[in-house]
Design a protein around this ligand. Structure first.
Ligand code: IVH
Length: 673
């Protein structure tokens, strides 16, 4: 690599930064990761520090204008950006700088989460929302009033008595649950998946039809008050935030007012620890000097205020090599392509595999083995390959084609009309058998402890089992002769198999792994028909009529029970004494009808979604986040701090997990905690 002279490099970097700014702000189509973009800025700033005389060469625009037809609006005061700090030293240096400039201690700092969304300025006149604008280049933005009016949490009117003009700035964002649901729908429809919530929020705001914006279910956090502060006699940022809260604006509850930079450090560490418990994305923390007089004394540069700084967290997107694309066969025969990656640390963990969803998604993403790809992982979210970096594509690379034959048994793969997935239809395909037995024995279904992936593989290899019914007719002497199976583990295995015979019919139905039939559909069928034989003899139309079950499930349930394989399974399960009867009405009383229970952390004895299913099976709702509609929060192991603090703030009872059963049985708990 040749190193260009500082002049050329400054020109190159400015052009690159402008281009990426345009792609990001103007077209919501970034080519590089945020971290790569930050690195360009860091390099440019270092050069400018070293060669201040060349500053005039760096002709940067804050965010170039997109080609669209929204009206332009001038901001009444410039919408500034923020300077960044990437580590504790940079933060300390900022703090020293402002202490020195003030000739006094800062006093109080306001710590806020840095929401990864789209900045928006809202203007209220005589209490009515008259204008909403994007930041644009900081001086002139776009008028997105009609679209912003579809966002439920942004008040249309303010309470009486507010100043004539109130200007509120904040971040419009898409919460993670909304983003995931939208992407799920895209995949089902064979459409490209959205890259991340931020870009999707930006795209949703730039719709010409406000009804599309409405359907995107966007949210807002207010983080700054412009006009109106003086008239409302506010003298600090914390007062302004509390005031905005009282006017009905959503103000982020995770904000903290602290008195020293060491407490700021603690807040930053807390945010990093807890960022993935939030149901929205953050990319750092914003630290602001609280006192307005001190803010004024510090002033601003052309780009950013001196009284605030953004502490940036490590990126959730990284580049890595796509080594290969493999296809796995699931328990229903579904063929899922996945990326084998050069291990990369992103979003808090090392990622070396990522689903590519289905045939169409691989084509839409246009990735090829050998590509450098952008990978994204935000917290618990399943890692995703976003796109190839086409400029780094090896010249020898070839497009990847979806296999026409099952990668496990070699039988042809078939893609049903109108579906996005390919399936292996060979019921005795080894990959399907392995996945089906693992699923049958999992907590979601028959809950047979000791049947992990490797045990199932071993039992299949040793021909001790070939399907789920064989579990009940194992040759225990042969098992005892296997390495690693002493008398204690054999007897534990026998006990848990015995116990599984008493599981409810719904668990058995789930365990069959019938295409499209999940726990809630299985529960509905078990309750409605009361016996496996009745379900096995029902017509697809009768099944489809059961509440919560549709035609798709009706067809696949009927098709499953019509097979000789299913008939033989049922015969042997009956012979083994496995429970085939539906629940007595009382065991699944709808105790939680109309109630909303949030589970935080894992509840002993349940899988991650199992506790939520238990609530739903009793008529309740179990959303992923706490709101004022929540009746109880159940405190499991490793709970999310934000859910608990939100519950406390809203006065919602938090109950310990040992009260969970009582809640399921009775719909209430006598003494919370
Ligand atoms: S304050 C003059 N507070 O981050 C101060 N900005 O990188 C203006 N952002 O343009 C910004 N969360 O879009 C502020 N709590 C927060 C924020 C926040 C997210 C965004 C905002 C800003 C960008 C700067």
């Amino acid at each position: 690599m040749t190193i260009s002279d500082p002049k050329t490099r400054i020109l190159e970097l400015s052009a690159e930064i402008n281009r990426h700014n345009q792609l990001y702000h103007g077209f919501d189509a970034p080519e590089i990761t945020d971290a790569a973009f930050d690195a360009l800025n860091v390099e440019l700033n270092q050069l400018l520090e070293e060669f201040p005389e060349l500053a005039n060469l760096a002709n940067l625009s804050i965010g170039a204008k997109a080609e669209n037809t929204f009206e332009e609006v001038s901001h009444s005061s410039k919408m500034l950006s923020l300077d960044n700090a990437f580590d504790a030293e940079e933060l300390a240096a900022w703090n020293e700088r402002i202490d020195k400039q003030l000739g006094d201690a800062v006093g109080r700092y306001v710590c806020e989460l840095k929401i990864d969304g789209v900045a928006c300025s809202l203007r209220y006149e005589s209490g009515a929302l008259v204008q909403a604008a994007t930041r644009g280049n900081g001086v002139v933005g776009e008028d997105i009033t009609l679209n912003v009016k579809t966002i439920n949490s942004i008040p249309d009117r303010l309470p009486s008595g507010v100043p004539d003009v109130v200007e509120v700035r904040g971040e419009i964002y898409m919460d993670i649950a909304t983003f995931e649901a939208l992407n799920e729908a895209q995949t089902e429809a064979g459409l490209p998946r959205y890259a991340n919530p931020r870009n999707t929020a930006a795209g949703s705001l730039r719709q010409k039809n406000p009804e599309i914006t409405r359907s995107r279910n966007l949210s807002f956090w207010a983080y700054q008050l412009g006009a109106g502060a003086d008239e409302a006699n506010l003298t600090s940022h914390s007062q302004a935030l509390d005031w905005l809260d009282s006017l009905g604006f959503p103000v982020n509850p995770e904000r903290k007012y602290v008195a020293s930079i060491s407490e700021v450090d603690e807040y930053i560490a807390w945010g990093l620890q807890n960022r993935h418990d939030l149901d929205y994305e953050i990319d750092g923390v914003v630290v602001k000097v609280d006192d307005y007089t001190k803010q004024e004394a510090l002033g601003a540069t052309a780009r950013a205020p001196r009284w605030a700084i953004a502490f940036k967290y490590p990126p959730e997107e990284k580049e890595t090599k796509l080594l290969d694309i493999h296809v796995s066969i699931g328990r229903t025969g579904k063929a899922t392509p996945f990326a084998v990656l050069e291990p990369v640390f992103v979003g808090g963990s090392t990622v070396q595999m990522a689903t590519l969803h289905n045939q169409d998604q691989v084509a839409l993403k246009g990735v090829r083995p050998g590509d450098t790809v952008v990978v994204r992982k935000a917290g618990d979210v399943i890692p995703e390959v976003l796109r190839p970096v086409e400029s780094l594509r090896p010249t020898s690379s070839k497009p990847w084609h979806f296999p026409t034959e099952c990668t496990s048994c070699g039988e042809p793969l078939r893609r049903p009309e109108g579906e996005a997935n390919n399936y292996c239809e060979n019921f005795v395909c080894p990959a399907q058998q392995q996945a089906r037995i693992e699923y049958f024995t999992s907590r979601t279904a028959m809950d047979i402890e000791g049947f992990g992936e490797s045990t199932v593989a071993l039992f299949l290899k040793e021909e001790l089992i070939s399907d789920v019914a064989d579990i009940y007719f194992m040759d225990w002497e042969a098992v005892g002769n296997l390495a690693g199976f002493g008398s204690i583990s054999v007897s534990n295995l026998q006990t848990s198999i015995e116990k599984s015979k008493e599981k409810p019919l719904a668990s058995l139905l789930v365990g069959f792994g019938i295409r499209h039939l999940g726990p809630s559909g299985a529960t509905a069928l078990a309750e409605h028909f009361g016996h496996l034989d009745a379900i096995a003899h029902a017509k697809d139309t009768e099944i489809a009529e059961v509440e919560g079950v549709g035609a798709k499930i009706g067809e696949s349930v009927e098709a499953f029970f019509a097979t000789e394989v299913a008939k033989d399974l049922i015969r042997r399960l009956r012979e083994a004494g496995v429970n085939l009867e539906g629940p007595e009405q009382s065991s699944l009383r709808q105790t939680l009808e109309g109630k909303s229970i949030v589970i935080s952390g894992t509840v002993e004895g349940y899988s991650r979604t199992g506790a939520q299913d238990a609530v739903k099976e009793r008529g309740g709702k179990s959303p992923g986040s706490v709101s004022n509609k929540t009746d109880y929060v159940v405190l499991g192991e490793n709970p999310g701090a934000s859910k608990i603090s939100k519950a406390e703030e809203l006065g919602i009872p938090v109950i310990s997990s040992d009260k969970f059963q009582q809640l399921l049985d009775t719909g209430t708990v006598s003494t919370p905690r």
